[in-house]
Design a protein around this ligand. Structure first.
Ligand SMILES: NC(=O)c1ccc[n+]([C@@H]2O[C@H](COP(=O)([O-])OP(=O)(O)OC[C@H]3O[C@@H](n4cnc5c(N)ncnc54)[C@H](OP(=O)(O)O)[C@@H]3O)[C@@H](O)[C@H]2O)c1
Length: 250
């Protein structure tokens, strides 16, 4: 029962991962804080959709999900965290243009959405990924959506302190987790992936200067990222990929 689990499933990117996986996996767990966003999901595939109302920043809820999976026969091959936060519309959180715009409360919210959720998911669910592996070289993939602006080496423009810092923290967690996985979860690869600028609520206020050919539809971005994810082997664990398969420096 080849299975995928997607967190942040109501988001522009998360939702499209669910649609992709419904075509290519037998079971898809779409984990979201907002079930109502699934009333309009297009059911193109034959996969069975399991809707889970779950707040991934809650350890209690993740623990319950883990217990649910424990006694069941799902062959979990893919675990994706597509949660993230850059702004919250007109409610006060927006990326800083200068240091005077930095705000402690906004920073905490952004860290929570971008950096906290991945290690919590790993803590409770990584042990389920590819756990029945019989082939020594087989790998399940844990992919977390990061952003190129989280790369410290690639930072030439400045600005966006909180979002950059939160993704840099996420990247460090992914790298560290990949090292532990190579010792303790030997059939799992752990990667970060940048989707490219994709037309979702998150990027919407910042699209004005993006050339049309560099603004991806969610369908395009997910097809590209899944082509990368499907090629990931154990030797690729601990890498930070762009949507087109190029490696990004941490
Ligand atoms: N769009 C882009 O151009 C772009 C570029 C680079 C990187 N990314 C990254 O790609 C990922 C997906 O972004 P997107 O464009 O799909 O954004 P989005 O449409 O705004 O979706 C983000 C989703 O994250 C979840 N989320 C937000 N805040 C959360 C919180 N505090 N706790 C738990 N979940 C929270 C929500 O899902 P639920 O309510 O379903 O839980 C939300 O729908 C993010 O990590 C983002 O940083 C996007």
């Amino acid at each position: 029962m080849k299975t995928a689990i997607i967190f942040g499933a109501s988001g522009g990117i998360g939702h499209q991962f669910v649609e992709y996986c419904l075509v290519h996996y037998e079971h898809v767990f779409a984990c979201t804080r907002q079930l109502q966003s699934f009333q309009t999901i297009e059911r193109k595939g034959m996969g069975k959709l399991h809707l889970m109302q779950l707040d991934p920043s809650s350890e209690t809820e993740l623990q319950l999900f883990s217990e649910y999976l424990m006694g069941r026969e799902f062959n979990i091959q893919l675990l994706i965290n597509a949660c993230g936060l850059l702004h919250n519309g007109s409610k006060g959180i927006s990326p800083e243009k200068k240091i005077e715009d930095f705000n402690a409360n906004s920073f905490e919210e952004i860290i929570k959405a971008n950096a906290l959720i991945t290690p919590l998911i790993a803590k409770h669910l990584l042990s389920h990924l590819n756990k029945g592996a019989k082939n020594l070289n087989s790998t399940g993939v844990f992919a977390s959506l990061s952003a190129r602006v989280g790369s410290i080496g690639d930072n030439y423009l400045g600005g966006w302190y909180s979002y950059r810092a939160s993704k840099a923290a996420l990247n460090q967690i992914i790298k560290t987790l990949s090292i532990e996985a190579s010792r303790r979860f030997k059939h799992c690869s752990v990667i970060a992936i940048h989707p490219g600028t994709t037309d979702t609520n998150l990027s919407e206020p910042f699209q004005a200067n993006v050339p049309a050919e560099k603004l991806f539809t969610p369908e395009f971005a997910i097809n590209k990222m899944m082509a990368v994810i499907e090629k990931v082997g154990l030797v690729d664990s601990g890498k930070f990929y762009a949507w087109d398969g190029q490696e990004i420096e941490w």
